[in-house]
Write a protein that binds this ligand. Structure first.
Ligand code: GDP
Ligand code: IMO
Ligand code: MG
Length: 431
C-alpha cells in the first residue's frame, strides 16, 4: 500500500480540503508541499465548518501527524493565528501532531506589503493575487536571500540575513518613493515568535523517510490547482509555485516514487478567482446560478468566484501534466438545477479547432469554447452516498467526463459534508 497525492486539476477551490479530510482516515501523515496561506480549504464535519489556510487538513483528526513541508512559504504570524483559531474550535495542535520543515522559507510583513503595492501599481492589469505575499516570498527564496525557519535559532546570522534581504527591498522601496523598512523592526518581530515556531521545526525529510521504512501512509495535500501552476498554468495569471503532483516530492523531501497515486480533485463545473483567461466563463444567469448554488466565494479573500461550464480540454491537459490516476469529482449536486449542461471539448482559435490550452497568453485570451450539450437530471443528487442513488443522466454526465478526460472518476462528492462521498476505488489500495 502506497502514498497518495491530492491536487487540484483546475484553478483551485475544487474541494481538496473536503477530500483530504475524508481520505485522512486512511492515512497516518498529511503533508502540505507548496503554496502558503493563499490557500483556503474548507471542511464540514457534522455541520461544523473548519477553514484551513496553512495547516494541513489532516490536523482535525486525532492521532494524525500534520506536516508543513519545505515547499510551503510560511507566514509565522498567520500560522500562529490559525493554530489559535482551530484550537478555539476544539482541535488540538501541538508539536506532537504538527511539524514544520526547518528548511521552509518564511513570508515576512514586507512580502505582503510588496505584493499589495505591485498589484495596485498594475491597475487594470493586476493578477488578482490574494495579497498574502506569496509571490514576493518565493522570489526571495529563488534569489537566495530568503529567511528560513531554521534561521530563527541563530540570532547573529538572522540579523545578517535580514540586512541582506533589506538591502534589496529598501533599494526598491526608495525607488518607488515609499518608506523603507528598519532591519531592527523585522528582527524584533521575528524574535517575538521564534521560540514558539521553533518548537514545531524539524528535518521533515527524515520523518518521512522513517514513515517510508515503517509503512506509515502519507497523504500529500496540494494547494491551488494545476492551471495556477507557475510553469503549466495560465501564466502570468498564476500563483508562484508549482502546483502539479511532481511538486509533492521536492516540496516535502521524498523521492518521486514515494508520491504514489495521484488523485485529481475536479469540480463538476469550473471556477476561478482573480484575473486571467477562462474560456468557459459564463457572464449570464447560468453563471450566477452556478455561483449561488455552489456558494462560490473565496475561502481566503471572500471574493466572488468566476463560474463557467466544465472544461474537459483543460482537465485532460492538467491530468496529463500531473499524472493523475483518478479523478475525485466534486459538487455534482450544484448542477442538479440545470435542464441542460454544457461540456467544453476543445476550442476554436482563428478558425481552427485546438484540443488543448495553448501556452501563449494572447491565444488563451482568444479561445472560443466548443461545447457539447448534455441533458440535465432535474433531480437532487445532494447527499447521495451510493452510485445507485444517482439518476442515470447524472451517471451519463460522469461517464462522458471520464471519456473526454481519459481518466476514471474514482470518487464522487455530493455535498460539503465529510461523509457525503462515494468511493469507487480506494486510492491507497491502488497506489
Ligand atoms: P479547496 O480550496 O480545493 O479545498 O476548496 P474550497 O474549500 O476553497 O472550496 C470548495 C467549497 O465547496 C467549500 O465550501 C466546500 O465545503 C464545498 N464543497 C466541497 N465538496 C462539495 C460538494 O460535493 N458539493 C457542494 N455543494 N459543496 C462542496
Ligand atoms: P486553494 O488551495 C483559488 C489565485 C489568486 C490569484 C493567483 C495568484 O484554496 O485552491 P497568489 O496570492 O497565489 O500570488 O495569487 O492565484 N489563488 C487561488 N485561487 N484557490 C486557491 O487556493 C488560490 N491560491 C491562489 O486568486 O488569481
Ligand atoms: Mg480554496
Amino acid at each position: 500500500m502506497g502514498n497518495v497525492a491530492v491536487i487540484g486539476s483546475q484553478w483551485g477551490d475544487e474541494g481538496k480540503g473536503k477530500i483530504v479530510d475524508w481520505l485522512s482516515s486512511r492515512a497516518d501523515i498529511v503533508v502540505r508541499f507548496q503554496g502558503g496561506h493563499n490557500a483556503g480549504h474548507t471542511l464540514v464535519i457534522d455541520g461544523v465548518t473548519y477553514k484551513l489556510h496553512l495547516l494541513p487538513s489532516g490536523v482535525v483528526r486525532k492521532g494524525k501527524l500534520a506536516i508543513i513541508g519545505n515547499g510551503v512559504v510560511i507566514d509565522p504570524w498567520a500560522l500562529l493565528k490559525e493554530i489559535e483559531d482551530v484550537r478555539a474550535q476544539g482541535v488540538d495542535v501541538s508539536p506532537a501532531n504538527l511539524m514544520i520543515a526547518e528548511n521552509a522559507n518564511m513570508i515576512l510583513p514586507i512580502h505582503s506589503a510588496i505584493d499589495k503595492a505591485f498589484e495596485a501599481a498594475r491597475g487594470s492589469k493586476s493578477i488578482g493575487t490574494t495579497g498574502r505575499g506569496i509571490g514576493p516570498a518565493y522570489e526571495d527564496k529563488v534569489a537566495r536571500r530568503g529567511i528560513r525557519i531554521c534561521d530563527l535559532a541563530h540570532e547573529t546570522l538572522l540579523k545578517e540575513k535580514i540586512e541582506n534581504l533589506l538591502l534589496h527591498h529598501n533599494a526598491l522601496l526608495k525607488g518607488l518613493g515609499a518608506e523603507t523598512v528598519s532591519p531592527q523592526a523585522v528582527y524584533d518581530g521575528l524574535m517575538q515568535i521564534s521560540g514558539t515556531i521553533l518548537q514545531y521545526a524539524s528535518p521533515v525529510w527524515k520523518r518521512l523517510d522513517a514513515a517510508n521504512k515503517s509503512g506509515e501512509k502519507v497523504l500529500f495535500e496540494g494547494a491551488q490547482g494545476a492551471m495556477l501552476d507557475v510553469d503549466h498554468g495560465t501564466y502570468p495569471y498564476v500563483t508562484s509555485s508549482n502546483t502539479v503532483a511532481g511538486q509533492a516530492a521536492s516540496g516535502s523531501g521524498v523521492g518521486p516514487r514515494s508520491v504514489g497515486y495521484v488523485l485529481g480533485i475536479t469540480k463538476a463545473y469550473t471556477t476561478r478567482v482573480g484575473s486571467g483567461p477562462f474560456p468557459t466563463e459564463l457572464l449570464d444567469a447560468d453563471g450566477e446560478l452556478l455561483g449561488s448554488r455552489g456558494h462560490e466565494f473565496g475561502t481566503t479573500t471572500g471574493r466572488k468566484r468566476r463560474c463557467g461550464w466544465f472544461d474537459a480540454a483543460l482537465v485532460r491537459q492538467t491530468t496529463k501534466i500531473s499524472g493523475i490516476h483518478g479523478i475525485a469529482l466534486t459538487k455534482l449536486d450544484v448542477l442538479d438545477a440545470f435542464k441542460e449542461i454544457k461540456i467544453c471539448t476543445g476550442y476554436e482559435l482563428d478558425g481552427q479547432i485546438v484540443d488543448h490550452l495553448p501556452a501563449s497568453q494572447l491565444h488563451q485570451a482568444n479561445l472560443k469554447p466548443v461545447y457539447e450539450v448534455i441533458e440535465g437530471w432535474n433531480q437532487s443528487t445532494r447527499g447521495a452516498r451510493s452510485w445507485a442513488d444517482l439518476p442515470a443522466t447524472a451517471i451519463k454526465y460522469v461517464r462522458r467526463i471520464e471519456e473526454l478526460v481519459e481518466t476514471p472518476v474514482t470518487l464522487l462528492s455530493t455535498s460539503p459534508e465529510r461523509d457525503d462521498t462515494i468511493l469507487m476505488q480506494d486510492p491507497f489500495l491502488a497506489a
